[in-house]
Design a protein around this ligand. Structure first.
Ligand code: FES
Length: 161
């Protein structure tokens, strides 16, 4: 054999581990892509409706209430912000406030009581402030989540702060 032939054989022997490593890397990457392509739709399919609602809810940051859905002065309405009930109060002086209507105690839906000037939870008697959503009395551990409200001419825009 000539020197060049021996040298060529040596080079072939040295490149095999590199080729084998590259092949293993390619197989690993292809496997990861395959697992992701199969796993993600399965995860989405198996996700609970509550989890799917959370995902969808997280994507909704603004709700517009049209004129025909707006409460008159001194009244309130409840609408869905994603999947969560939301309380929109129209005060006598014309300004609006909006709160997540889920009680922070055990999750009952609260109600506006204009005659008592309070937001009331019928489950265990929790009372919240009509302007701030802060706890006034009862078992709720914290106030209601406050939303930002922007009144326009013929509609109101409620958004997460
Ligand atoms: S759930 Fe509202 S006070 Fe208990």
């Amino acid at each position: 054999m000539s020197d060049s032939t021996i040298s060529d054989l040596t080079n072939i022997g040295d490149s095999q581990p590199a080729r084998r490593g590259l092949l293993q890397l390619g197989i690993t990457l292809a496997g990861a892509c395959y697992a992701g392509a199969i796993g993600y739709p399965v995860y989405r399919y198996l996700a609970t409706p509550a989890r799917r609602a959370e995902i969808a809810e997280g994507e909704i940051t603004t709700v517009t209430v049209a004129a025909n859905g707006l409460p008159g002065p001194g009244t309130a309405t409840i609408f869905l912000f994603g999947s969560r009930p939301t309380l929109l109060i129209h005060h006598q002086d014309g300004h609006y406030v909006a709160f997540d209507a889920v009680c922070s105690h055990l999750g009952c839906t609260v109600a506006y009581q204009p005659e008592n000037h309070r937001i009331f939870c019928p489950c265990h008697g929790g009372v919240y402030d009509v302007n701030t959503g802060a706890v006034v009395s009862g078992p709720p551990p914290r106030g209601l989540t406050v939303y930002h409200v922007e009144a326009k001419d013929d509609h109101v825009v409620i958004s997460k702060v």
